[in-house]
Design a protein. Sequence first.
Length: 223
Amino acid sequence: MKNNNLLSLLIIAVLIAGGYFIWQTVLQTQQSINAPFNQVNAANQTLQSQMSNLLHPTPTIIPDPVTYINEVRALARLETIQYSIEKVIQGETSQGTFGFLFGDKLLFIAHGTVIAGIDMEKLQPEDMRFENGVLTVKLPPAELFIVALDNDKSRVYDRETGILAKPDVNLETLVRQQAEEEIRKGALEDGILEQAQVNAEAYLFKFFAALGYPNTIFVEDPG
């Protein structure tokens, strides 16, 4: 009886080992069959990636490792107002009857920042006078400190180049320069300097009061 049990266990072990061997053989055979197809798919994906990089190349930016510092200045600027301005600028060359052949036109959406305030470095000792408990201050006139395009938001919205023309490499640069000028003009026309002066006086009034001069008046520079 004992011999019969051992024989049964031996048969079961042989059957399990045989099944495992058959399963491994089938798996290796399947992998061998799929190998050429996998290689073709991998090659096809590589080719697609190369074609995509060729048709839509990613720009490579390589800054010069050397930095030149031309000037360092100490500033005492009191920034009192900031404008964020959007302007649409159109630039074009060779427009007219044959513009569709030789012309180049682009539509640029410009976002810019204008910051104004008072340059406190221009405030001299003789510009401040304290008499009879009153502090009289002659502030320098407000001025623009920063006029700059926001490159993250500014963009070329549309561009049309003639059939026989090449894009003008300088057109976008000229449009950007004009956009910055228009942003500056827009801020000035809206009264940014006047508001910067008012804000500066309001801030400095509180500042002088904290220093012990609660009665402060501001006068304009007659020059």
